[in-house]
Ligand binder design. Sequence first.
Ligand code: CO
Length: 134
Amino acid sequence: MIGKLNHVAIAVPDLQAASAQYRDIFGARVSDPVDLPEHGVTTVFVTLPNTHIELLHPLGENSPIAGFLERNRAGGIHHVCYEVVDIGLAAEKLAATGMRILGDGKPRIGAHGKPVLFLHPKDALGTLVELEQI
Ligand code: CO
């Protein structure tokens, strides 16, 4: 079902410092910050040869990552994202196993304009898993 690792998302308390670390110390290709108000985050994309790292910072009042950063003040891995070919089929198969899909259980349009879903971390080895249809 799952294909390539699309990205690992890291929530960070200071987006500028995090970008500088990846660009200047790790020597990676780093994008400018992009505000995604409908998702409550500002993101910076780090392009690696085989995948991406997505640096996430809260944007606005009710950011979905605000609580996470409160519990992880230095930042931390927030989710991993795997690619799938057919997200509707993936959602059906996962739901049939009893895994919980966050929200209303249906795929929605994610931060990259593609259909995504998130699995409940308690059903996925303590890890928030995002599936993205490519
Ligand atoms: Co993501």
